[in-house]
Design a binder for this molecule. Structure first.
Ligand SMILES: [Zn+2]
Length: 132
């Protein structure tokens, strides 16, 4: 009998109040990009986002909002970043993927409604997202 290694289904679970905070933060930053650090836990491929941190250092521009990795404190509960795309495009840019941090990258496109949020992995593949 062959032992088949279980392949975990990846998914991102976003707490309702975290989503609301992300959306209002991105609306405030508009037309600039907004960026936040995602806090949470990952278990068996399930990424549970339960908090947000405003980066200690950030820069925004027309094309990319990012955090230099060297400025991030080492914290295992930092599982990714979320940033907005005021242009209304939800696809991660090459720059986004090159600056990937953590396990997941959330992108919120304009106009920042509940269905404007998308989750991506470091290769630019979509991860299913659900709101709890
Ligand atoms: Zn981007």
């Amino acid at each position: 009998m062959l032992f088949k290694k279980k392949k975990f289904e990846r998914k991102v679970i976003l707490q309702r109040e975290v989503l609301d905070s992300i959306l209002s933060y991105c609306q405030m930053q508009h037309p600039e990009e907004g960026i936040l650090i995602l806090k949470g836990k990952s278990k068996n491929g399930e990424i549970n986002v339960d908090g947000l941190v405003i980066p200690p250092f950030n820069y925004t521009g027309d094309t990319f909002a990012g955090i230099p990795n060297s400025f991030l404190p080492f914290d295992m509960s930092y599982i990714g970043i979320v940033h907005s795309h005021p242009s209304g495009d939800a696809e991660p840019s090459v720059t986004d993927l090159n600056n990937f941090f953590g396990l997941v990258s959330l992108i919120v496109k304009s106009p920042y409604s509940d269905d404007s949020v998308f989750a991506w992995d470091s290769s630019g593949n979509a991860i299913p997202l659900s709101i709890k």
